[in-house]
Every structure is written in structure tokens, then in C-alpha cells.
Design a protein around this ligand. Sequence first.
Ligand SMILES: *Cc1c(COP(=O)(O)O)cnc(C)c1O
Length: 237
Amino acid sequence: MIADKLAQVTARIASACAWASRPVESVTLLAVSKTFDAAAVRAALAAGATRFGENYVQEGVAKIEALADLREQIEWHLIGPMQSNKTRLVAEHFDWVHSVDRLQVAERLSAQRPERLPPLQVCLQINVSGEATKSGFAPAAARDAALAVSRLPRLRLRGLMAIPEPALGFAAQRVPHRVLHELFETLRHDGFALDTLSAGMSEDLEAAIAEGSTLVRVGSAIFGERPSRPTLGARPG
Ligand SMILES: *Cc1c(COP(=O)(O)O)cnc(C)c1O
């Protein structure tokens, strides 16, 4: 079941890459396992997924600990917002954080990243649709944030992430992804060594890939529908 769905998602990524004349290796799949249990992660790993995304800090840490035997085989990514008092747990357990949405969080993650671990790989979350309820830096604030974060010793700034407002249809879905991609290219032009554009989910991964995404975060298309869907990106965990 999970293996079939994973294969379907991999095929969607391949055809979106072909459509956009991009090499298929230019897009990485992050399997978003939030709300699904450790057994589902094991099944997806057996089917070939190696990168997993979690939204809620405590749920993610519990899963990482339950799957400690597979720690070397899995790259764990936090993709949801965190309260300041959760940064130590994040710094101690995750490999990546996509949801750096304020400088205080970045500073704490750097200070709390254990010396025995490599630097934490991070993306700045950009509030690309300008939604009041959504976390993230305004596009106009991204450059200063990138400068500050890139100077933190225990973080490595890899790129940008966004969760655009849901839109219907390929053309409408492309618009916010294009804005994000342009910001990404501007920062690269300014000298930031960014290689990760974290954009696209189950509903809009084709539009994101058409606009330069290098990492798609896919949950329901792999694991099935989640029981409830809290507003994405709005809930601290
Ligand atoms: C849940 C979630 C996803 C995956 O969403 P699907 O629609 O299930 O693919 C991707 N990114 C973030 C930040 C999420 O919270």
C-alpha cells in the first residue's frame, strides 16, 4: 500500500521533471510522516524513502526514538513551527529544520546543537502568500535573516521553504512558487550558497517543480489521508 503510493509519487516527480526539462535527480522527496506511526515509517523506508518530515516536535522526537535502530539510515526533517522552549529537543534530534521563522529560534538552535553532531541544516520559512496567520519571514526580510542565520556557527543555511495558500489548478499554484523561486535566485545572486528550495506538497508538487523546487514535502499522497488537518504552518508544536 505505502510502497504503491510511494511509487506513484516518484512517478509524478519524474514526469514533472520531464515536463520542466529538469533532471530527476534535481528533486528530492521528503516523506511527511506526521500523524502516522513508526510502523508506517518502517514501511516507507523498506519501500525506498530515506528522508522523513515531521511537523510536531514531541511527536517527531518520540518517533525518532522509537526508530533509533534505523537512525543511521534516516534523515529527519522538522517542517513545522516550534515554540522557543522546544528548540533544545529539535537541536538534539533532527538533521534538518525547514521552519526557521524567526531569528531567536535560529540563535537557540545554534547554541543548543550538540558538538558531537554535524551542523543543523536549515531553511528559512518565507510567508510567501503574506497570510497573517502563517509563520515565516516576509520576503522583504529574507536577506537580513539569511545574513544573520548564515553567521550562526552550528547551523548551515541551505535554502528557503514556503507553504503557499492552497490554490486550484496548475497555473494558480505556480504563482506563489514563482515568487519563492525568484527570491531564492536573488539570494543566490547576492552570494548566499543556497541549494535547497523546499516547496510543493501532495496537491501542488508539479507546480512547485515547474518553478524550481528542489525538495517536495509529500504526506497524504504517500501515507493516506490524515484524520484531521490543522491549519498548516500555524500551529506551534
Ligand atoms: C503536512 C505538511 C506537508 C505535507 O502535506 P500533504 O498535503 O499531506 O502532502 C508538507 N509540508 C508541511 C509544512 C506540512 O505541514
